[in-house]
Design a protein around this ligand. Structure first.
Ligand code: NAD
Ligand code: WQD
Length: 342
């Protein structure tokens, strides 16, 4: 298939480009490089030996977007492009809603104008808010008032907008993929997560402590109702996640209408289990201190991944050891991310 990938220079997007190319698909990337570097796509080529067509375009620039859509005939779009820093979204809600919601509406409009009506959307487990029961199945409630920040609400708003678009025009096929906690990196150590400034997420922070860029990890609370008191999450290797997108575009080709899938492993790990796993994989100490809970955090969150398994034939194959070893290979080979290369 000929696939349009928005946000394809980013963390999950670049890993997905590799899996698409290796499965024999062709790829065109749109990215404004606001949170990424072209170096990631150079490395995609280094790994696969295949080219990606790249357009430096912002989804808020409607004429430029239309030009890309008119430049080729695509079979499906995978829509990663979004701003994703939870704390920043609280400070800058207008920017976040505009980028994530308006950006998606612009994309859908440009797609509809050329008759392209197959889209995979990067949603998030954050849409479930505080889980009523675990593991989370796709039919669990997604009450907007329980989602604690504009970033998360932008994901839920886009889910609803896409469902409404399908209601108005049944030719649309839409896969809403709810990611749990993506971590890890490609086995080559050539691409990985490259946060700008202090990482907000656990794993990149742990990696930066292990490589000596940061002194110690702050663990946000050890008084949750979990086995060791620290938060439990469903960490999923980014390469498994990327493979889920290849399955999703194949599913769209069967014209399923709107489908929703959790992409997780079904296994929860605590913060301290992740720290220990990382120490074992890297051979480095990860000093930490326990501090107060972070506002908006929940105790535990993990997926029931059965629906993706039965419907898509997809399941996560890589475990904690791979997640930690692969993060470490990327971090230790690229202590300053893509910066040192550019
Ligand atoms: P990322 O920031 O690495 O990638 C997003 C890419 O989109 C970046 O390359 C950025 O430059 C680009 N972009 C942003 N706004 C754009 C715009 N208006 N026009 C064009 N390009 C734009 O993030 P990621 O971790 O790869 O996340 C990809 C998607 O998955 C996002 O939609 C994110 O919300 C979602 N998601 C991520 C996680 C996670 O923990 N990483 C979890 C759940 C969902
Ligand atoms: C994991 C655990 C923290 C950092 C967030 C977003 C979600 C999605 C994925 C997407 C929690 C603890 C963390 C640290 C810590 N985003 N922690 N010290 O909060 O599950 O999900 O990222 O684009 O929308 O909310 O992930 O990695 O931030 O935290 O103790 O320095 O690690 O309290 O228990 P989270 P996370």
């Amino acid at each position: 298939m000929n696939v349009l990938v928005t946000g394809g220079a980013g963390y999950i997007g670049s890993h997905t480009c590799i899996e698409l190319l290796e499965a024999g698909h062709t790829v065109t990337v749109i990215d404004n490089l606001s949170n990424s570097s072209l170096e990631s796509l150079k490395r995609v080529k280094q790994i696969t030996g295949k080219d990606v067509v790249f357009h430096e375009v912002d989804l808020l620039d409607k004429p430029a977007l239309a030009k890309v859509l008119e430049s080729d005939t695509f079979d499906a779009a995978i829509h990663f492009a979004a701003l994703k820093a939870v704390g920043e979204s609280v400070e800058q809600p207008i920017t976040y809603y505009h980028n994530n919601v308006t950006g998606t509406l612009n994309l859908c409009e440009a797609m509809a104008n050329v008759g392209l009506k197959n889209i995979v959307f990067s949603s998030s487990a954050t849409v479930y808010g505080t889980p009523k029961s675990l593991p989370l199945t796709e039919d669990a409630d997604t009450p907007i008032e329980e989602v604690t920040n504009p970033y998360g609400r932008s994901k839920l708003m886009v889910e609803w907008a896409l469902k409404d678009i399908h209601t108005s025009d049944g030719d649309w096929n839409i896969a809403l993929l709810r990611y749990f906690n993506p971590v890890g990196a490609h086995k080559s150590g050539l691409i990985g997560e490259d946060p700008q400034g202090p990482p907000n997420n656990l794993m990149p922070y742990v990696s930066q402590v292990a490589v000596g860029k940061r002194e110690k990890l702050s663990v946000y609370g050890d008084d949750y109702a979990t086995p060791d008191g620290t938060g439990v999450r469903d960490y999923i290797h980014v390469v498994d996640l990327a493979k889920g997108h290849v399955k999703a575009i194949e599913k769209l080709a069967t014209k399923p209408g709107v489908v929703v899938y959790n992409l997780g492993t079904g296994q929860g790990y605590s913060v301290l289990e992740m720290v220990k796993g990382f120490e074992a994989a890297s051979g480095k100490d990860v000093p930490y201190q326990i501090i107060e809970r972070r506002a908006g955090d929940i105790a535990s969150c993990y997926a029931d991944p059965e629906k993706a398994k039965s419907d898509l034939g997809w399941q996560a194959e890589l475990g904690l050891r791979d997640m930690c070893e692969d993060s470490w290979r990327w971090q230790s080979q690229n202590p300053d991310g893509y910066k040192q290369a550019s």
